[in-house]
Design a protein around this ligand. Structure first.
Ligand SMILES: Nc1ncnc2c1ncn2[C@@H]1O[C@H](COP(=O)(O)OP(=O)(O)OP(=O)(O)O)[C@@H](O)[C@H]1O
Length: 670
């Protein structure tokens, strides 16, 4: 116990305080006739010493009002001030030190994501003192001082500070893992690709044009998370859209021993896995969902039945078909109708009824004819206690939300994000909400969004942050696949639609001459033109890879034709694929077939938006917006040369645009 006495003259001048005693809990003020206890908690600031006519007074700022201890000789005042200061800080240190440790633990978790930032700020929110106003005294021990300083920093930290922490984290991660990024792929990753791998916000989107190495980045991100021990292999989930893309990604990861055990799944396989775990059985997936042929067969049969069971329906159907120039004699081609209406049934199920005020009378009639098909489809699923893929994804999301599925992942990486649909995004959101600290890492390119017809919603990419919350978008601006000439044509073509996000693409490869060639061909001699072209390619580059691409499968050569070419040009690596199937792939040369006009042209002719457009989310205003992106996908599969086989009589409007729209890198062959 220490007692600090006021000057002996103090009482003669009616000063009430005679002495001050220091205890573990605070101060005891000795007055003339009483003693007054003042706990440390009652002081709202450290004391302030002031000289007053050769004596000193100590100001104590208290929550109840200020107190002044006057008449203190210097020899008493200074040690008293120091002791009160130390006592006050030590009292608060009991709370501030553990708090600082919590802050440090939060900061050491890595990238200061928004969620961690909110937790960090919440930690210091209840702190009664704004510590930046009271720097701790030198006399306090180092650990306690550091604690006060850290808490003061966190209290004062703003968004710019958070940004700096994120940058520091990235710089450190890049320096530590430089060798990993150098050697992961056959080529060292660029600085932008590396940065995209280490940025670790709650929701991350890597946005880049074709050929910028998004898939390389996704594989490298997985390797980085493992190498930096931020996740174990079983805490990573990589999602790809189709089985083929998933297999390719798995194969890519398998090339490096450290990423071999990482799980790559499709959305469907993920849904199946969640349902199987929760229900303890393989989900009863309907044959109608699994086989397009069965679905179309069932729809055709139901259309016929509906007409037989309900005369009015049959009449209206016939009437609608006649008006739309369907063949109805001797009987309607229900198979074709089933194929054409199947996406309408799927969209109606997925997105519900459209706004009736937006429908023309013809579309309202078509919807009335399609609706019973959906009812039959749903009734069959119910009767057989079966589900389809949409039900599966929805059910999986419900199980996750209800906590019936324990989410084992800390990082979910999604490829080709631009093609995600709202229900799949909802599943991702459910997984994220169920696993605190789970981060989403998505790579995509809104210029390559080509699955709107099957429910994809590109706004989930273009308005990523609005949909997912705290997010960081990184961009890759260098493309490695194609040369400057192809880039000029492809980028210009796709960005004629102002709705596409602006991107600048620098090319790694350069070419002086035109690399996009338009070859007018007669419709019937298209395959002869391909033969001649393959001969020319083989003469110049015998081992080139060549992709034959088309909007519709029927525009592609059949297997026997392909086999013939393969025999004739044995060293060429020849593949044929629809444009949708070619997503994510590349070849030295691309030959694009079927560039004609008409209902099955490219783009397919439509009289205004069809019913499907109105059923799907976010109808786009720019003409042929999705078809233009598909054309972009086609152009950007080529590393060196693109050959566009255009119908000589009725060329596609895209060809007209390329030839007449002042596109610099396009040549016309006669
Ligand atoms: N840093 C790099 N240096 C050299 N080549 C690279 C680099 N990164 C990627 N590549 C190559 O660029 C090509 C395109 O890469 P990738 O397929 O990952 O691109 P992508 O962005 O996924 O393209 P797309 O969107 O068209 O599918 C591949 O051949 C890949 O090996």
């Amino acid at each position: 116990m220490q007692i600090f006495k006021a000057h002996w003259l103090a009482p003669w001048f009616n000063h009430p305080f005679l002495a001050t005693e220091l205890t573990a809990d605070g101060l005891v003020l000795h007055l003339k006739r009483e003693r007054h206890g003042l706990g440390w908690h009652e002081l709202s600031a450290p004391p302030r010493l002031e000289e007053a006519r050769r004596l000193y007074r100590l100001h104590l700022r208290c929550h109840q009002g200020d107190i002044e201890l006057g008449w203190l000789p210097k020899a008493v005042a200074e040690p008293l001030a120091e002791a009160v200061t130390l006592g006050w800080y030590r009292y608060h240190a009991g709370r501030v030190q553990p708090l600082a440790e919590q802050c440090l633990a939060a900061l050491e978790q890595g990238y200061l994501r928004h969620s961690r930032w909110r937790q960090l700020k919440a930690l210091v929110a209840g702190e009664p003192v704004e510590w930046s106003a009271f720097p701790p005294p030198e006399t306090l021990d180092d650990r306690a001082r550091a604690a006060f300083e850290l808490v003061a920093t966190v209290q004062a930290a703003d968004e710019a500070w958070r940004e700096r922490c994120c940058q520091d984290y990235c710089e450190q991660a890049l320096a530590e893992h430089g060798a990993l990024f150098d050697g992961l792929e056959s080529h060292p990753l660029t600085p932008a690709q590396r940065l995209a791998c280490v940025v670790d916000e709650d929701h991350n989107l890597v946005l880049a044009g074709a050929g910028c190495g998004k898939t390389s980045v996704m594989a490298a991100r997985a390797a980085f998370l493992l190498a930096s021990r931020q996740a174990r292999a079983d805490e990573l989930l990589l999602l790809a859209f189709g089985n083929e893309a998933a297999a390719e990604m798995a194969e890519r990861l398998a090339r490096r021993p450290e990423t071999t055990p990482v799980k790559v799944s499709t959305f469907h396989a993920l849904g199946l896995m969640i349902l199987s775990r929760v229900e303890g059985r393989t989900p009863p997936l309907s044959e109608l969902a699994q086989s397009e042929k069965s679905r179309h067969g069932a729809f055709a049969a139901w259309l016929e039945q509906l007409g037989q069971e309900d005369e009015a329906y049959g009449e209206r159907l016939l009437d609608w078909l006649r008006r739309h120039r369907f063949q109805v004699i001797p009987r309607p081609d229900f198979g074709r109708l089933a194929r054409e209406w199947s996406p309408l049934v799927a969209a109606l199920k997925l997105y519900g009824e459209p706004d009736p005020f937006e429908l023309t009378p013809d579309q309202a009639e078509q919807l009335a004819l399609v609706r019973p098909l959906l009812h039959r489809y749903q009734a069959q699923l119910r009767e057989r206690d079966e589900i389809d893929f949409d039900d599966m994804i929805e059910k999986a999301a419900d199980y996750v939300r209800l906590g019936r599925f324990e989410v084992p992942w800390r990082h979910i990486l999604v490829d080709e994000f631009q093609d995600i649909s709202a229900p799949r995004a909802a599943l991702l959101q459910a997984l994220r909400d169920a696993a605190p600290g789970l981060s989403l890492f998505c790579v995509g390119d809104d210029w390559q969004a080509i699955y709107r017809f099957s429910g994809a919603d590109v706004s989930l990419t273009t308005r990523f942050g609005e949909h997912f919350g705290a997010s960081r978008v990184t961009t890759l601006a260098q493309t490695f696949r194609f040369n400057n000439r192809i880039e000029q044509v492809a980028s210009r073509f796709v960005t004629r639609n102002p709705g596409q996000l602006p991107k600048t693409l620098a090319t790694h490869r350069r070419s002086e001459g035109p690399c996009v060639h338009v070859l007018p061909v007669d419709h019937d001699s298209q395959m002869d033109a391909v033969t001649r072209l393959l001969g020319q390619i083989a003469a110049q580059r015998p081992e080139a890879s060549v992709y034959l691409l088309a909007r519709f499968r029927f525009s592609l050569p059949d297997e026997s034709q392909l086999a013939g070419w393969r025999r004739r040009f044995p060293d060429l690596r020849l593949e044929a694929q629809t444009l949708h199937g070619a997503k994510g792939k590349e070849a030295d040369c691309v030959i694009l077939l079927g560039l004609t006009r008409g209902k099955y042209g490219f783009p397919p002719d439509k009289n205004g938006p069809g019913l499907l457009d109105l059923l799907l989310p976010d109808e786009e205003e720019f003409p042929h917006a999705e078809e233009r992106r598909l054309f972009y996908v086609g152009l950007t599969r080529a590393r060196d040369q693109v050959f566009l086989l255009a119908d000589r009589q009725i060329p596609s409007v895209f060809i007209k645009e390329l030839l007449e729209g002042g596109y610099p890198g396009v040549s016309r062959w006669s």
